[in-house]
Write a protein that binds this ligand. Structure first.
Ligand SMILES: Nc1ncnc2c1ncn2[C@@H]1O[C@H](COP(=O)(O)OP(=O)(O)OP(=O)(O)O)[C@@H](O)[C@H]1O
Length: 256
């Protein structure tokens, strides 16, 4: 199986403090890869380095779009990484609260095609708009939000807001979606629902996922591979069962 993302020896410092201290992670195409680790272990910093928010002091990041050869994206600016197909979601959903669910999706698509006053004058604008709406409805079906298409986003539940963020990533044409704590603050039933939807989208649409999550009791049931981090390093990797039983992982989670 080919990798879609390869993080090699990445170091990220904040002053003298090493938040990432030589991190190696491989995300396989078509899989769901989970990154776990206690607070402050460097998970979000890793996402920020991958998505271009921070430049690493050392190491490389390679990304292989679709079936293309891997390219070095180290230090690329965030918009270029987004355009290349790596799209992230946030711990606190970054959605437009006052817009409806559908408008939230259309806003992503419009932003992408660089709409301006001029483009609105073209004849094919209406047709294009219809196609975008069709695509948006298909995505809303996939994330099970289609019944709420005209609801303002602020009325959604915590789990639904996470799903709307996921829908926006799909609307943006993501190839690799990075979910930062997709079930933080989500009640248990909905949390399972979020992961089931992620799994469906992964299997039916071939989207690759890298997921950061603390609630490992739930997340482990739905992922293919796990990396465990502590103090800016990868301390274990493997299948969910292997990582769950790794003594180093037990040590950092429950003190042995
Ligand atoms: N911009 C920054 N400036 C200084 N230190 C930072 C910065 N961002 C993160 N850190 C530090 O780097 C370390 C790793 O933080 P990070 O947010 O990546 O951890 P995390 O594993 O995502 O934690 P959590 O699970 O709580 O989100 C922490 O000690 C944090 O305080």
């Amino acid at each position: 199986m080919a990798s879609i993302l390869t993080v090699q020896g990445v170091v990220k410092q904040f002053g003298a403090f090493r938040a990432l201290d030589g991190v190696d992670v491989v995300v396989e195409r078509g899989k769901v890869t989970l990154i776990i680790g206690p607070n402050g272990s460097g998970k979000t910093t890793l996402v920020n380095v991958i998505t271009g928010v921070y430049k690493p002091e050392a190491g490389k990041i390679y990304y292989a779009k679709k079936e293309e050869k891997p390219i070095d994206i180290t230090g690329w600016p965030p918009h270029k990484i987004f355009e290349a197909g790596i799209v992230r979601t946030f711990q606190i959903p970054q959605i437009f609260q006052k817009l409806t669910v559908l408008e939230n999706l259309l806003a992503v698509a419009r932003g992408q095609r660089g709409e301006g006053v001029i483009s609105a004058l073209f004849k094919n604008w209406v047709r294009e708009e219809e196609q975008l709406a069709k695509k948006a409805f298909q995505i809303l079906k996939a994330v099970r939000l289609v019944d709420k298409w005209d609801m303002p986003a602020y009325l959604l539940s915590a789990g639904e807001m996470k799903l709307l963020e996921l829908a926006r990533a799909l609307m943006a044409g993501a190839d690799l979606i990075i979910l930062d704590e997709p079930i933080a603050g989500v009640p248990i039933d909905q949390a399972h629902e979020v992961f089931k939807i992620v799994r469906n989208i992964n299997q039916q649409h071939g989207i690759t996922f890298m997921v950061i999550e603390h609630r490992i009791d739930i997340a482990f049931k739905y992922v293919d591979y796990v990396y465990a981090m502590a103090s800016g390093r990868v301390i274990a990797k493997g299948l969910p069962d292997e990582v769950a039983n790794d003594p180093k992982v037990k040590e950092v989670y429950i003190g042995g």
